[in-house]
Design a binder for this molecule. Structure first.
Ligand code: C5P
Length: 308
């Protein structure tokens, strides 16, 4: 978490990155409706921005950018809920107006909603001078969603439990990606249900060994990384959106070192050898018209932080 800065206009500006899963191992369904996970999270350089402005006593939200017209602006939006939960926890009755500029595709498997919640926690803690400790922010974050604690911290981390328990990972170097946004959305719970349905038919198993991946992250060798990337949700996501198979194959045909679905999808990730290779790959995938939008990005980057 980046240290807070004060602004003369009284507003606080926070930038927060999307997350990808270099490994996503899905365990059995638990009694509380969640699945145990073994996952390696990494923050990637696609960002949402949130500005919190002081107002008397109301909490309001406006949104511009990616998917803005389809997102709720009440407490069904995790950013506004996060602000409300922080105010309740800290006993604060001041208000805030939140303005979100969205670039992270929504319902894309990049934790955009969780990222916005993390941004709102950081912004409001600063705006209201609420003084919550990192441990208190983590606790509020975990209650808001399984990916929110990671979005606060960023970087690279091993996630266990339902994803909210984070363990440090030694990471070297920078990884280069092409990120292909699909035409359409996948609901995370629906993809989890599809994983369970396929497992009940004997299709797919829980991959919980991340040793090879952690070694690849330590050396930052792109070829080792390409072999070690894995997503237990991929078959379920492709089953629900069959066009993803063509998108993934197009990336391999055009020279990606590896292709995988991001989280619950439908965003697809293509690993490149270096920055130049990522640029070439992005151009080729754009020409193939297999995605709604194609971005070049790098990982890991830092988590939610106050910016100038
Ligand atoms: O934690 P979050 O609210 O982001 O999770 C959204 C949904 O994703 C949950 O309601 C659950 O259906 C599913 N989920 C799961 N196991 C996890 C995380 C999420 O089944 N570890």
């Amino acid at each position: 978490m980046t240290e807070a800065l004060a602004y003369t206009d009284g507003a606080v500006h926070v930038r927060v990155p999307a997350k990808i899963n270099l490994h996503l191992g899905i365990g059995p369904l638990r009694e509380d409706g969640y699945h145990d996970l073994t996952t390696v999270f990494e923050s990637i350089s696609l960002y949402d921005e949130l500005t919190a402005t002081p107002v008397e006593d109301t909490l309001t939200l406006t949104i511009e950018g990616e998917g803005a017209d389809t997102l709720p602006t009440d407490r069904r939006n995790l950013a506004l809920l996060a602000a409300a939960e922080l105010a309740a926890y800290a006993g604060i009755d001041a208000g805030a107006h939140l303005h979100l500029t969205k670039r992270i595709p929504i319902a894309g498997g990049l934790a955009g909603g969780s990222a916005d919640a993390a941004a709102a926690l950081i912004a409001c803690n600063t705006l209201w001078d609420a003084g919550l400790t990192p441990a208190e922010l983590d606790k509020l974050a975990a209650a808001l969603g399984s990916d929110v604690p990671f979005c606060l911290h960023g970087g690279t981390a091993l996630g266990t439990g339902r994803g909210e328990q984070l363990h440090p990972v030694l990471s070297m170097g920078t990884r280069h990606w092409v990120v292909a946004t699909a035409d359409g959305e996948l609901s995370t719970p629906a993809v989890y249900r599809e994983v369970d349905r396929l497992r009940a038919l004997g299709d797919g198993e829980y991959h919980d060994n991340v040793d090879a991946l952690l070694a690849a992250i330590r050396t930052s060798d792109p070829d080792a990384m390409a072999t070690a990337l894995h997503n237990d949700m991929q078959a379920a996501a492709v089953g629900l959106m069959p066009s993803l198979k063509d998108t993934l194959q197009a990336g391999i045909d055009e020279g990606a070192l590896a292709a995988l679905v991001s989280g619950s999808g439908p965003t697809c990730l293509f690993l490149a050898r270096d920055e130049r290779h990522a640029g070439v790959l992005a151009k080729r995938l754009t020409l193939r018209r297999v995605a709604r939008a194609v971005h070049v990005a790098e990982s890991p980057v830092g988590g939610a932080g106050v910016v100038g």
